[in-house]
Write a protein that binds this ligand. Sequence first.
Ligand code: PGA
Ligand code: ZN
Length: 422
Amino acid sequence: RVEQVVAWEALDSRARPTVACRVSLTDGSSARALVPSGASTGSYEAFELRDGDERYDGMGVRRAVEHVNTTLADAVRGLDTAEPDAVDRVLEELDGGHRFERLGGNAVLAVSVAASRAAAAAAGVPLACWLHGPGALPLPMPMVNIISGGAHAGRAIDVQDFLVIPVGAASFAQALEWCARVRDAARRLALAGGHAAAVLVADEGGLGVPLGGNGDALDLLTRAIDAAGLTPGTEVAVAIDVAANQLWTGAGYELAAEDRTLSAAELIDEIAGWVAHHAVVSVEDVLREDDWAGWAAATRRLAGVQVIGDDLFATDPSRLAEGVRRGAANAVLVKVNQNGTLRGARGVLQAAQRAGWATVVSARSGDTEDDWLADLAVGWNAGQIKVGSVHRSERCAKWNRLLELEATEDTVFSNPWREAPR
Ligand code: PGA
Ligand code: ZN
């Protein structure tokens, strides 16, 4: 049973305050959790409570911490963590509002994750096993950021993420090694092309190089896969996250680096061109979050491609249901802090899986050294995980946790791309 809950203010990878929390149980076990925070956030995400005072330029989370230490601690004390979801149900009821506007989604998530971890500790098993139950643990396919743009790289390029998916890898360890090899090849090629900024790292650890256009980034990525001794398409495929909310001006989608503003149909044409000319198998947030009809048309147009909704769904069950009903997207990005509780985020993931959709568990651009996301991806059988690049320790913490699980537990590398694409 929950005995004590203590929260404090910690820092995320952008030096912004975030909520950290420890949950202690009556049997003596305890666990800690730190929550992440996005930059290219959608409007429908759970509310992030910030102090808005002079500390940290208004980004302090002392009020959220205070909520954990008082209201939330009082509400969950005595609850039996061995009973799945007992804590999360109470947390969800407590707020009243459906996006945690009162208590703060950051306060709620810290307690939700720490309580689950404490339950796993009490049971003497890793969080991944506690969530998964008996049987071999399914390790996810990594989607790894190589070139960063948008809100994560001072708009070096318009598209936010150019990623690779090592679709031909036989194990998680091999998948990660291939991605690291491609990133290094891309860095060397960018340096050779005069982009000194390739030695720097963007918010998610990718190369924040001002390449000019999105097509140039795709060219560089394809050359890097080649230079790494891997075959584009069959061994290493390409994914992009357009993060189109960020391009939307109210009148169109602005590609600033190319000095062009596109309509929804023109942007989808542009993306279809990238898919046709490069080994792109997955696209994310191809349009803004409110254009349901545009999304449905884009999903039909991009048949055979994984079309992921991130800001579109904001890990919200009713938005996902709407997407499934309309055929808007065919995959969902699951970010637990968009939802607020593990139970809520898992519900969205499972609803997507029941609809036959692919699922990707994702970190945030402001993240921490905490590695619980890796255990969620495994325990929930997400199939895919997106954490950023293979640089910066808040990213590597998750990769290293997956390497640890592969080395120490009974696992199977679940590769959703083995039969599927191109
Ligand atoms: P965010 O970006 O964490 O800044 O929202 C991640 C993404 O868009 O996938
Ligand atoms: Zn995204």
